[in-house]
Design a protein around this ligand. Structure first.
Ligand code: G1P
Length: 297
């Protein structure tokens, strides 16, 4: 029987410089996508996939993130007294139980691989998930759940994957495909942020991973890679030589790069249009906007 994936690492130590000045005092992960902070989307996705322990790799200035997961007793009492049960439910859905959540500091910004390695002592000898909250994925079946289901059959290491335009490969980890089986590909190599002419394919790694504990061992040993950082991609690639079990998973869903302003805006529009309370009003607004634009042209 394959071991269940019950722990997830959320690397959230980044400075969020692309969103300055907003991120001067607010962690990027607390920025609001419609009515929930970015991190809540990642947590909800993890829970849906059966994750029970949430490990945050943080850094200085992320206090608001830790506070967000605390129980807000005063606020809850006030809402209870006022009979605002709907709001109370919404608030309670964000609470974490004691012991469910752990915070580890990454003391130096040495890269994604290093951030994940910082959590090594909180894992035992079992597969674990990594979720990059910047990558928000709208999907009928949440992306990590799709991957957990595929992982239950295949085991090994699995990364979410998506085709990107050739000129974008330099922003991603890119897969060298051994065998393409449709929704799953087996992988014979992985390169971090290759220029288009060096990219082995245009199948890019998106921020969802299910990794074998051996990857932590590789992270113990590897040196800095692309951009002078310790790359998670390089540690996973070592699994190909030692165990030959790395898979790319073409998830069903739409991914938004909320690490960029344009991606954040696109996600805001998409999630606004999908939001029960806002859908109609927002749709009307966008339709009106479209006709004003067309009239002006
Ligand atoms: C990270 C990973 C990269 C992956 C990307 C997905 O890069 O290093 O392999 O393709 O996330 O979003 P970052 O965007 O942190 O530079």
């Amino acid at each position: 029987m394959k071991k269940k994936v019950t722990k997830a690492i959320f690397p959230v130590a980044g400075l969020g410089t692309r969103f300055l000045p907003a991120t001067k005092s607010v962690p990027k992960e607390i920025m609001t996508l419609v009515d929930r902070p970015l991190i809540q989307y990642a947590i909800d996705e993890a829970r849906a996939a059966g994750i029970k322990e949430f490990i945050f790799v943080t850094s200085r200035g992320k206090g608001a993130l830790e506070d967000y997961f605390d129980h807000a007793h005063e606020l809850e009492n006030t809402l209870r007294k006022k009979g605002k049960t709907d709001l109370l439910q919404k608030l309670k859905a964000t609470n974490m139980d004691s012991g469910e959540i752990a915070y580890i500091r990454q003391h130096k910004a040495l890269g994604l691989g290093h951030a994940v390695w910082c959590a090594r002592r909180l894992l035992s000898n079992e597969p674990f998930a990594v979720i990059l909250p910047d990558d928000v994925i709208a999907a009928e079946t949440p992306c990590l759940q799709q991957m957990v289901e595929a992982h239950a059959e295949l085991g090994g290491n699995m990364v979410a994957a998506m085709e990107v335009p050739d000129e974008k490969t330099s922003s991603y980890g890119v897969l060298d495909i051994k065998e393409d089986m449709g929704s799953v590909v087996s992988v014979k190599g992985m390169v971090e942020k290759p220029e288009a002419d060096k990219a082995p394919s245009n199948l890019a790694v998106i921020g969802r991973y299910i990794l074998s504990p051996d990857v932590m061992g590789h992270l113990n040993r590897i040196k800095t890679g692309a951009g002078g950082e310790v790359q998670l991609t390089d540690a996973i690639a070592q699994e190909i030589t030692s165990a030959d079990n790395v898979y790319g998973f073409r998830f069903k869903g739409q991914r938004f790069d909320c690490g960029s302003k344009a991606g954040f805006l696109q996600a805001t529009v998409a999630f606004g249009l999908a939001h029960e309370e806002l859908r109609d009003e927002f749709q009307d607004y966008l339709t009106d906007l479209g006709s004003v634009r067309n009239a002006a042209q």
